[in-house]
Design a protein around this ligand. Structure first.
Ligand code: SF4
Ligand code: SF4
Length: 349
């Protein structure tokens, strides 16, 4: 029997969406959404499930991950129920449900708690720097190993169990029968979506945004590789040095555009920014900018007399790796890719 959560609307408000109860089921949103089909009344179906508080049905659905927030449904809604923003809020809510630690939901719901955690990370970095007497060499050394350890630990301890929980809610618990060979044969879908986000091309106004996302994903992953495995800050290889400059510059330029769009509220996706959206774009911008400046200061032999710059970069890095990647909006990139993979498995089961 379907379980109804009468407090679902109130709970979802904490994740951003405010007016979906105004929906009177006209279907305009489904008529304009490029993701709907004759068998699938998306996003109206998700609006109905949310109005009724059918939490388990929403938790077992992958559909909110298909939406790239073109905003067409919200524009056409006569009730101003804003289904596009509801899909965004459902993605945040689902992220909190997948997270086994529960920390993600707490951060989404409380800005003071989020700020406190960011300040604690800053205090931790200063305490570490103090412990090594603010010597540049050990700080650089630590920063390099921190990235490796953080990637491994966050991946294994937080993200992997969360992906398993996502699988359980959407495939395991509903008893969708997927053979092991299907998991293997469809794995390409996961990587295609992870690197290209190709579903975004389904939305008519998304071509430029898709291209920006693609460039950003490639630059971000490449910079990660360049700093962690090619030791960008310690390298004397000209190719590696130039590569890092190019990657960090691309991240900085693209994220400046993202931040600008959020300030101008020029697109549907940027009209209702939550703190988690701001943290994601601003910290990505700061990562690109501070990494670029640190390497520039190394090349100009200025870092020794400006250690504060490396401390700023390290603080941004620690906050990014320990807060935004495991519990914030970064996870959307991961869950969206797995959602496309799981969806293919379900369709073919
Ligand atoms: S267009 Fe608005 S009122 Fe009509 S079904 Fe969609 S959300 Fe509801
Ligand atoms: S925002 Fe665009 S893709 Fe998302 S539900 Fe609305 S019309 Fe569909």
């Amino acid at each position: 029997m379907a379980k109804i959560n009468p407090k679902f609307a109130k709970e979802l408000n904490a994740f951003g969406s405010a007016n979906f109860n105004a929906c009177y089921n006209c279907g305009n949103c489904t008529a304009v959404c490029s993701l709907s089909s004759k068998d699938d009344s998306f996003p109206r179906e998700m609006v109905r499930l949310s109005v009724l508080g059918l939490e388990d049905e929403i938790k077992s659905s992958l559909k909110p991950w298909g939406c790239y927030y073109c905003g067409e449904c919200s524009t056409q809604c006569p009730q101003d129920a804003n289904p596009g923003e509801l899909m965004m809020s459902l993605r945040r809510w689902l992220t909190a449900k997948y997270d086994w630690t529960g920390f993600s939901g707490l951060l989404y719901k409380s800005l003071p708690l989020t700020l406190t955690v960011f300040v604690l990370a800053l205090v931790g970095v200063i305490a570490f720097a103090n412990a090594v007497h603010f010597e540049l060499e050990p700080m650089l050394h630590f920063g390099h190993y921190f990235e490796m350890i953080a990637i491994g630990t966050v991946g294994v301890v937080i993200l992997l169990p969360n992906i398993i929980r996502m699988w359980w809610f959407t495939i395991g618990k509903p008893k969708v029968e997927v053979t092991p060979s299907k998991y293997i044969n469809s794995i390409g879908e996961l990587f295609i979506h992870m690197f290209t986000q190709k579903r975004a091309l389904g939305c008519d106004d998304n071509q430029v945004r898709w291209l920006e996302h693609l460039i950003l994903v490639i630059a971000y992953l490449s910079l990660l590789f360049t700093t962690v495995f090619l030791d960008w800050f310690g390298s004397e290889n000209l190719f590696v040095i130039v590569l890092g400059y190019v990657e960090s510059l691309i991240i900085f330029v693209v994220t400046v555009d993202f931040v600008g769009n959020r300030i101008k509220k020029s697109k549907a996706v940027t009209k209702h920014s939550q703190p988690s959206d701001w943290f994601f774009v601003v910290w990505l911008l700061l990562m690109g900018l501070t990494a670029l400046l640190v390497r520039l200061f190394i090349d100009l032999d200025l870092l020794e007399s400006n250690k504060w710059l490396y401390l700023v970069h390290l603080t941004v890095l620690v906050q990014w790796a320990l807060i935004i990647v495991p519990f914030g909006k970064w996870t959307h990139f991961l869950y969206r890719s797995f959602a496309m993979y799981f969806e293919k498995l379900i369709v073919e089961a």
